[in-house]
Design a protein around this ligand. Sequence first.
Ligand code: G6P
Length: 471
Amino acid sequence: MSTGPKVAELIVVANRLPIHRVERDGQVQWDLSPGGLVSALTPVLRGRAGMWIGWPGSGDDLDVPSQHEGIELRAVPLDDAEFERFYIGFANATLWPLYHDAIRAPTFHREWWYAYVAVNDRYARAAAEAAAPGATVWVQDYHLQLVPKMLRAIRPDVRIGFFLHIPFPPQELFLQLPWRRPIIEGLLGADLVGFQVHGAAANFSRLARRVVGASGTDAVMDYDGRRIRVGAFPISVDTAALIKRASAPAVQARAREIRAELGSPDVVMLGVDRLDYTKGIDRRLMALGELLADGSLSASQAVLVQIGVPSREDDPHYRREREHLEQLVGEINGTYSSVGRPAVHYLYQSLATDEVVALYLAADVMLVTPLRDGMNLVAKEYVACRVDATGALVLSEFAGAAQELRDAILVNPHDLDGLKQAMRHAVGLDPGEGQARMRRMRRVVRRHDVHAWARAFLAALHEGSDNLPSR
Ligand code: G6P
């Protein structure tokens, strides 16, 4: 890990760096990663002598640039054992399922926990070394929940924010965690702890009172002689950038071409997800299978395009989920497709952003049916891209986005009959009602984009600075 002078005024600490390795003409290069977090934070970092600390996402960090497009980068390496125990293990097989309603049984291994502590410590030290006096450090997500306390122990002068991108579970589940106390204490090391929705913030505050005896309300807590603020900061998308892509003639032409390639069906339904067992992809496939079976839909009239972006393939749960979904797709296509007209077009691929935007434009109905999701930015992306205000969104009640996108067709994805009804409703939606709903949802994502999210969090973090004894 490179160490440098204490220069950064604003530091983002996240599991992943905002760049990823690409090969072009046989040459290794680094590109800015797509996604809301990167597009929101990179301009803020550029304007404020900023730095991003994170893992480059592959074994060898030696050739990671120390700067990219005006942002200082510090790579935190993980060796193979840490990749297994910290990333695949504790982050994604302990915390991820536990925080997502234990949809899969979380696995508790002490070796994974030790690796989590060691890696969090490395991130905290990297931030401590790089932060200018009185700097602001913004720690991201479930991989790094111990960093706030660890960093404060070395650098009590810095202002520390933490934001959790995934759900924070209710007490009944969180209390299973053998390391519940150090995790709560770790988070309480921050000055501001942010969550996607109020319910998650309230879960955390209650647990902080119960597990470590913090006092105060759901919004302001006192612990260890310090004041910690807690709140909901729902993340969003880069709406203007998506509108620009969706308005580009080439992307619109590609959307028309996609519909033609699908055989110009009456209705195109779409799912775009990281292939993850939390996303409820099997629910929507089962519902579709039943709608085709009972004749509510016919494959000559309606098709589903399902993109499954490869993810965490080293975890057996993800491999099994892929097999399960591919079997379901095979069963539906085997039964209801005809030659040249599959009912489900399934791609296990990561697509370029413009291709995804073209798919959003080509889709009459977007299916977002997670069993639990911190926010779900695909739902907001679809809304942002529907520049002519057409299209229908079927959205799980258990996605954070459902709290803002009240004009979606909301569903409980566990309720197959309800999901079938929602899909029928979306397919047959009256155009006037559809446009009115979509216009209201578009107002939500225009007013509250990812830049507003970053501003709101950083403003709240700075407001709280009066309460810091060290300042
Ligand atoms: C979720 C998490 C992110 C994570 C992303 C992709 O959205 O909140 O922190 O980066 O999934 O997962 P991966 O394991 O590939 O980083």
